[in-house]
Each structure stands twice: as C-alpha cells, then as structure tokens.
Design a protein around this ligand. Structure first.
Ligand code: NAG
Ligand code: NAG
Ligand code: NAG
Ligand code: NAG
Ligand code: NAG
Length: 415
C-alpha cells in the first residue's frame, strides 16, 4: 500500500469510470436496435412496417397494433409523429416472415424492436394482417432570411436538414411551404440559392405541388435524394408572415403544429394562443392581437412571474431587450404578436401580453410556451439502466481478476 503514489488513485478511478461507462453504452446499442422501413406508401414516411432481422425484411402483425406503436416507428425513421396506424395490410402484403406480434410499445422506445412483443417470429398471423403506419409530413424550415417566414427551403429527413432543388419550383410550391409553416401566402419563390446555399444533401427535385397540399412532402417530386442539381439551385420562398400563430422547428427536431387557439383568461378584445408548443432551437410565434377599434397606446410582453419585459411597442420605438424576440410586422400596434427564434430552454414559461388602449381598462392575456421533446434520440433509461447495472456486475469481477493477475489489486481497493 505505502509504495503507491497518491496520484495513482486519481488516474485509476476515472479510468474505471470511463471503462464502465463505455462498456455499458456499447451494450445498449447492440440490444436489438433493428432497422425499420415503410413499404408501399407514397413517401418513405408511410407504408407497411418492415423490420430487418437477420438479413431479412420481415413484417409486423396488426394484433394490438396502436397509434403508440406507430409513433415509435415514425420517430425511429425521423418522420415526425404518426397520423395513423392502419391494420390489415393497408399498403399491401409483405413477403418475408411475420417477425413481431402483439406489439405493445409504451411510446418512449427509440426503436420498434425495443417494444414488448410475443418474441421473434412468434406470431399467429398471416400477411393479410400486416401492420402499417402513416407518419406526419416531413418538417420544413426556412433558412437565411430576415424572418422565419422567408429563406432557403430545408426539409428534415432522417435527422438531417436537406434542401430542395429549384427545377420546376413555382409559387404553387411556395404556397404549400408557407401554409405548412403558418406563414400566410407566398410572395415569391426565388430560385438559385437566393438565400445562400445549403450544406445538407438535396432531398427533392422537380417538386410540382398543385398548391392545395398541406405539406411539401405530399407534393409530387422525384424520389428522395434523386436529383441532378447542385446547391446553387437551392429553392427558396418568401412568405407574407401573417400574424397567425406559427410553430416551426430547427436542427434535429420535428414539426408538430400544436397551437391551442382557445383564448386564455383576459379581455375578449384580445385574441391570443393559450398554449404554444415549439421545438428547442425552433420558432414560436406568441400571438396577441387587439381586435377593438380604439387607439392602442402600447402593447407589452412580460415574464409573468418576474415581470421582466420581453418586448414593448409604444409610441416612439420598440423596446426589444432580447435580440431573439421581435414583433411580427403586420398590422402595427393592433397586432402585438412576437416571434421568438431560436428558442432556448429558458424561454419556456408563462408570458403576459398586456395592451394599454385609450379609454379601456388595461387588458391582458396569458400565453404559455412549452417545448415539444425531441423524439426518439436518447436511449430510453428503462433500457439503459438495466444494461448499465448488468454491465457493472459483469465488469467488476473482470477488472478484479485482471488487476489481480497484474498484481495491482491493492489499487483496486480505492476503485
Ligand atoms: C418481397 O418484397 C420486396 C418489397 O416489398 C420486394 O423488393 C421483393 O422483390 C419481394 N420478393 C419476392 C420474392 O417477392
Ligand atoms: C450547415 O448549415 C446550417 C444552417 O444553414 C448551419 O447551422 C451548420 O452549422 C452548417 N454546417 C456546416 C458543416 O457548415
Ligand atoms: C392536389 O393534390 C392533392 C394531393 O395529391 C389532391 O388530393 C388534390 O385533389 C389536388 N388538387 C387539385 C386541385 O388538383
Ligand atoms: C401545453 O401544450 C403542451 C404540449 O402540447 C402540453 O404538454 C402541456 O400540458 C400544455 N399545457 C397546458 C397548460 O395546457
Ligand atoms: C421568468 O422569470 C422567472 C423568475 O425570474 C425565471 O425563473 C423564468 O425562467 C423566467 N421565464 C421566462 C420565460 O423568461
């Protein structure tokens, strides 16, 4: 004991920690994280569910197949959340074997193969019962513009923001993008990387929307990543950025407009979204519009609990202490809606929007900004913790043995 340098403890302890952590994390990633794909749909984000198991794409039976299970599949594929979980081979029958039956995901799994089920190939189903999913449209964002409602079009596909080529790009396509983002009508559909070139891959080419689609990914286009373009042909849009509420998203996040347009407590002359949800790094528009006919003296947004002013517009000039928070430029003082971009964690919370209107009592609305969690990226604790514990139990005897063999056992006493 006495012969050891004291610093050996400081080296051995962290090494033990790093070793244990690495081994358990490797354990976690090898726990049957099986790839899935969707076959037979119009986009890679809908179709029959197939799971790659021992070099074969096998199907999933629709017994107990639910929206929760479908959500796990959509998130695993980077396709946002699920819209529906069709049964009965809605996208045609598969030809592999039936791999999973009675799937019962809890919703927090990052892979379908982590979900409870009967056991591999233990199924009492035919291919007439193949399970399918339809995922939400692919999220879209605009990059490089002065507002979140103009810029280069980028589409989130499998966790990467990819660009769109300007071949056949038209104002009809821009219409779909603007609508999808809640940015009103399009003003123009610039070609040729008008807002700078993207750096992801080029996802869509020859996009030809008819204008009424609810999402860009529902428009006709060449298959994903099938194009003859360079980034100097990146498509862009400029939207009107109306005062309507809008929620979009940014890096590694998924679109899910979930604005609750019920008005919260306060004056009936103000319309506001009660609960706005956004992704970390994304955009939120907190709407607050005065619909009365009197003169507006000022409109002010503040942190409800601390009273800190976030944005204020009165006669004179705007007071905007945080560069990420701006007023939506539309109807002057009557529209006091603000844009926050990019959203930080500290932005979640409750805001008050208050109007000072000539001849009216002060009017106020409460708006709650909440975050939508990132889907499916981290390994669920439910899986990671048991593996970590098992890893520790297996590893400690191994280390003891190794150190014993090497004659370093006395150091281990401190480990
Ligand atoms: C099985 O289905 C896949 C895709 O659904 C297809 O690519 C493959 O050719 C089919 N194989 C047979 C033997 O039918
Ligand atoms: C790619 O572009 C995005 C936004 O346009 C930027 O955030 C990111 O840092 C860029 N990445 C590289 C590798 O240039
Ligand atoms: C536009 O396309 C969508 C989806 O492809 C279709 O449902 C709709 O009927 C089309 N509308 C027009 C006006 O062609
Ligand atoms: C607001 O919306 C988020 C996400 O949609 C939800 O988790 C939260 O409970 C809602 N809060 C209120 C107060 O309604
Ligand atoms: C509001 O103020 C409280 C107390 O200072 C702080 O904890 C919270 O993060 C603030 N919220 C926002 C949205 O600024």
């Amino acid at each position: 004991m006495e012969s050891h340098h004291p610093w050996s403890t400081f080296i051995v302890l962290p090494l033990c920690g790093i070793l244990l952590f690495n081994v358990s994390m490797n354990g976690a990633t090898t726990t049957s994280a099986l790839p899935v794909r969707l076959v037979g749909g119009r986009t890679p984000c809908e179709g029959r569910v197939e799971v790659l198991y021992q070099h074969s794409w096998d199907t999933v039976c629709d017994d107990d197949w639910s929206a929760t299970d479908a959500n796990v599949v959509c998130h695993q594929l980077g396709c946002g959340s699920a819209i529906s979980a069709p049964c009965c081979a809605a996208f045609g029958q598969g030809n592999g074997s039936v791999l999973m039956d009675n799937v019962g995901c809890t919703g927090s799994e990052s892979y379908l193969s982590y979900c409870p089920h009967n056991g591999w190939h233990s199924a009492n189903c035919g291919h007439g019962e193949d399970a399918s999913v339809v995922c939400k449209a692919l999220p879209v964002r605009l990059v490089g513009g002065r507002t979140p409602c103009e810029g280069r079009v980028e589409v989130l596909y499998q966790h990467y923001w990819d660009t769109v080529c300007d071949d056949h790009w038209s104002v009809r396509d821009a219409n779909v993008v603007c609508r999808q983002l809640g940015c009103g009508s399009p003003i123009s559909s610039p070609c040729c990387a008008a807002f700078g070139q993207g750096n992801g891959s080029i996802l869509m080419d020859n996009v030809q929307c008819n204008g009424s689609e609810s999402s860009l990914s529902y428009c006709p286009y060449n298959g994903f990543h099938s194009h003859n373009c360079g980034h100097h042909e990146d498509a862009s849009v400029v939207c009107q950025a109306s005062g309507t509420a809008m929620v979009t998203m940014s890096a590694e996040t998924f679109a899910m407009n979930s604005v609750d347009s019920q008005s919260a407590g306060g004056s009936d002359l103000i319309t506001a979204d009660k609960n706005v949800s956004a992704y970390y790094g994304g955009v939120a528009v907190l709407e607050c519009i005065y619909s009365g006919s009197r003169e507006v003296n000022s409109v002010k947004w503040a942190n409800q609990s601390s009273g800190d002013v976030k944005a204020e517009r009165s006669t004179g000039e705007d007071h905007l202490p945080d560069a990420r928070i701006k007023f939506v430029e539309s109807n002057g003082k009557r529209d006091g809606s603000i844009i926050i971009y990019p959203i930080h964690l500290g932005d979640i919370g409750t805001y008050t929007c208050s109007y000072d209107v000539q001849g009216e009592k002060p009017m106020e609305k409460i708006v709650i900004l909440s975050l939508i969690p990132y889907p499916g990226l981290p390994i669920p604790l439910k899986i990671a913790i048991p593996i970590l514990v098992i890893g520790l139990f297996l590893l400690i005897p191994g280390i003891v043995f190794f150190l014993y063999k090497k004659g370093y056992l006395s150091i281990l006493a401190k480990c």
